[in-house]
Design a protein. Sequence first.
Length: 80
Amino acid sequence: MPYITQESRDNLVTAQNGGDLNYQISMLCAAYIAEHGLRYHNISDIVGALEGAKQEFFRKVVNPYEEIKENENGGVYFDI
């Protein structure tokens, strides 16, 4: 849960750190539930959207970054 100070919450425009980002994401999820109701289907929508966003982030950002670093510094695992 994103436990940041009330002052930080009130002044938050862009995320300055992981806690801020967590808070913003949590507020989006809470707003979705407030708009559509606390039902299994809506919870499932949120979990699916979060998982999809995570997977896309890994595909587009994390994996390419890791490839660059492996090429720069060498791999950990040997070819199997």
